[in-house]
Design a protein around this ligand. Structure first.
Ligand code: FAD
Length: 442
């Protein structure tokens, strides 16, 4: 049978290689470390965790909790290692990083169908291939990706604006409109002069995340963080992301003093981003500031803004929900390169890419999990999100359809969890050929 190439032995590539091997498909897993290191990795281990040792909150009201449960059902190696190496961390799944990546390295290196090749890959290999080289993809491969897909399909840093859940926006305080009467695609949160002044003062005083030395970025003018713009003067935001011109509030018939615009990010209209609000502020500060904006007092932030170095593809323009490239049968992407963020999300997309690369090797069509599952919602987002200014996404409840009915927030989350897990389990059971061997229970 054709040997499948997996490029990058991180969280995504390791899970992908494991899934392929479980399905009886031989794998060549390329990892450039330890010969060639990245600025963030410190060892030659596969699936090295570079920063926090947490794979996210657990529990039946938690979106990461649902993704963890789905991955356990799928027999994930990353989840198996996490449960063996776990350390106490309140409600989160945290791991001893040495034990975690040591275990994964050992399992993959000893697997008879996995050949680990310690080399940097500088060209997209021929044959069925998964690209999983992560946020610090080496320059040679990034160059090859640029040649193949074009410069504008590959980003080198995140300049992400926060995203809020539609159902948590107070629509009584916002109005729908486009600038100068253009199509009313935006939700607009108007501010009075007093509200703007208070917001501005809080913004200039807010605490920033301190990036690593090598992460320090030179921003293009279009991607300057909102806190940086505010430092330039009281008026700057009023001529930038908060400019009110051409936006008449239908309730007053006038232009407000300042306006924060929200743009729809997903097809279903559940996720709305704050336009021009790319920010590197600490997350509690982002929450405090966003909740000062009229209409967003109770906003649920499902994705916080970040500014850091990152390498990722414009997934909506390039990928299908099966993680296969459009128009390039047998070529897949996974992990951060495919447009997700987070250890768990990277591993989960590695699982799906591994499953689908195996299916191609076996002469079968690729598949995607149901939309009610977290993994299904995540890959649908990658394939169908607004491609303009596309930013990587992590697990959150806005990615799956809401449940109807009069319930409290927690009950709704728990209902979504149960529904998603059942749908995922049914999907897994219906797979042919079946996935052998489940991960052990914790
Ligand atoms: C500094 C930093 C901190 C982060 N902190 C967190 C955090 O705290 N929590 C969290 O959930 N997420 C964090 N992330 C985001 C993300 O979840 C992790 O980077 C995660 O490891 C991504 O998984 P991946 O498999 O896509 O990439 P990686 O795990 O980075 O794996 C990619 C692998 O490909 C290898 N590689 C690169 N280029 C080549 C090549 N040309 N040939 C062969 N091999 C190559 C690399 O050496 C690496 O081992 C962080 C990212 C960065 C950059």
């Amino acid at each position: 049978m054709e040997r499948v190439n997996v490029v990058g032995g991180g969280l995504a590539g390791s899970e992908a290689a494991w899934t392929l091997a479980r399905l009886g498909v031989p794998v060549r897993l390329y990892e450039m470390r330890p010969k060639r290191m990245t600025p963030a990795h410190a060892t030659g281990h596969l699936a090295e965790i570079v920063c926090s040792n947490s794979l996210g909150g657990e529990g039946t009201a938690n979106a990461k909790g649902l993704l963890q449960a789905e991955m356990r059902l799928a027999g994930s190696l990353v989840m198996e290692a996490a449960l063996r190496a776990r350390v106490p961390a309140g409600g989160a799944l945290a791991v001893d990083r040495e034990e975690f990546s040591g275990y994964i390295t050992e399992r993959l290196s000893r697997h008879p169908r996995v050949e680990v090749v310690r080399e940097e890959v500088g060209e997209i290999p021929e044959g069925i291939t998964i690209l999983a080289t992560g946020p610090l993809t080496s320059e040679a491969l990034a160059e090859a990706l640029r040649r193949r897909f074009g410069d504008h399909f590959l980003s080198y840093y995140d300049a992400a604006s926060p995203i809020v859940l539609y159902e948590s926006i107070d629509l009584g305080k916002c109005f729908r409109a486009g600038r100068y009467g253009q199509s009313a695609d935006y939700l607009n949160c108007p501010m009075t002069e007093e509200e703007y002044r208070r917001f501005y003062e809080a913004l200039v005083a807010a605490e920033r995340h301190v990036p690593h030395e090598w992460e320090n970025l030179q921003f293009f003018e279009a991607c300057v963080p909102v806190e940086e713009l505010a430092q330039r003067g009281y008026q700057t935001l009023l001529f930038g992301p908060l400019k009110p011109v051409g936006l008449k509030d239908p309730r007053t018939g006038k232009e407000p003093f300042a306006v924060v615009q929200l743009r729809q990010e997903d097809k279903a209209g559940r996720l709305w981003s704050l336009v021009g609000f790319q920010t590197g502020l600490k997350w509690p500060e982002q929450k405090r500031l966003i909740q000062m904006i009229p209409g967003l007092e109770n906003a649920e932030i499902v994705r916080y803004g970040v500014m850091h170095r990152n390498t990722y593809l414009n997934a909506p323009r390039l990928l299908r929900e099966t993680l296969e490239f459009q128009g390039a049968e047998g070529l897949f992407a996974a992990g951060v390169l495919a447009g997700v963020e987070g250890y768990l999300e990277s591993a989960a997309t590695g699982f799906l890419a591994g499953l689908n690369a195996a299916r191609r090797a076996l002469g079968l069509s690729p598949v995607a999990p149901p939309e009610e599952s977290l993994l299904g919602g995540l890959v649908r987002y990658l394939a169908t999100a607004n491609p303009e200014g596309f930013q990587p996404m992590y697990a959150n409840w806005g990615l799956v359809p809401p449940v109807e009915g009069r319930m409290g927030k927690r009950e709704k989350r728990e209902a979504m969890y149960q529904r998603g897990l059942s749908a995922f389990a049914r999907w897994l059971q219906a797979l042919t050929p079946p996935l052998p061997a489940k991960a052990p229970a914790s």
